[in-house]
Design a protein around this ligand. Sequence first.
Ligand SMILES: [Zn+2]
Ligand SMILES: [Zn+2]
Length: 355
Amino acid sequence: MPSERNFLEPPGSANEIRFDETGGHWVLFAPGRTARPNDFKAQKAAAAPDCSRDSCPFCPGREGETPPEVASLRDNESVPDSPGWRIRVVPNKYPALNRPTAPLFSTAAEESGPSRAGLGIHEVVIDGPDHDRDWADLPVDHLGEVLALSRDRLRIIEKDPSIAYIQLFKNKGGEAGASLCHPHTQILALPVVPGQVAAEAAFMVRRGISAGACFACRFIADEEPGPRLVWAGREFVALAPFASRFSYETHILPRRHAASFSDISDGEIIPLARTMREVLRRLRVSAGDPSYHLVLRQAPVLRTGDENDQHVSRFVHWRFEILPVLGAVAGFEWGTGCFINPVLPEQAAASLRRS
Ligand SMILES: [Zn+2]
Ligand SMILES: [Zn+2]
């Protein structure tokens, strides 16, 4: 039941997080986001992001149209919020969660029950100054800088004691929900652990305890010689999952076990960039340049070092998932959480290996 305080408050524009006690999932309510460039009306008319250079707030020269940057990589002596950057990180102008003005710890701890203030961190990584070059087109070194800067943001954000989970993701293309074409990646840090993340971590811990080893580490070794391998490097492997939910779904996993992306070393950044670019380029050739979601899957932020944290650290294995949008998620999927996929992962992997 909603708390009385929230129940009696008039509807406003404040963000709020609510827990569905029948389904076990959290929902972020962000009334301000309907003012985004791609609002309901535009989404209904067509899944077309705003691709105009003339009004792009992420292009060099329009730094004043975003909130002030929180990090950047710059080539020269240029000052923050002016041209001369290679990568910029700015707070999201239409955040799903409001940035707290102080650490959330006391608020989060005091507020039990199914509703809490919609506080968290929502940042945008503007991948580069070029309006048209997305991850598949960026030079490996530049993509490596995007990945390293994103990792550094995650390392900073996870120090905030109120943050329980950090999601790094990219929506590429209108069918994937992108509201702006200029290549960008997003970071959304939550004060709660989403239900699906918590359930997967618990599942991997149960499997790990019974097998005495991380399932994903064994899985990589088992899958590599098989028909679902997409690409193999010394540090990373790309695989079509045995039970892919989406056509051409591809996962990129580190060979070195770690539960969180923020654990990636400097030496692993360029190999990851190379793998990522390779997979995205092959996807473009094999599947006709589809829109896609790119999502990080990792462990919740670990704080206590207790037995459960130790298990999560040992048995959850971070990965990136590339989820092409080649069909609609429709009634059956929403009703059951079970997906219908017309392309077997063995077919998808064979095509991606050839591309
Ligand atoms: Zn632009
Ligand atoms: Zn592992």
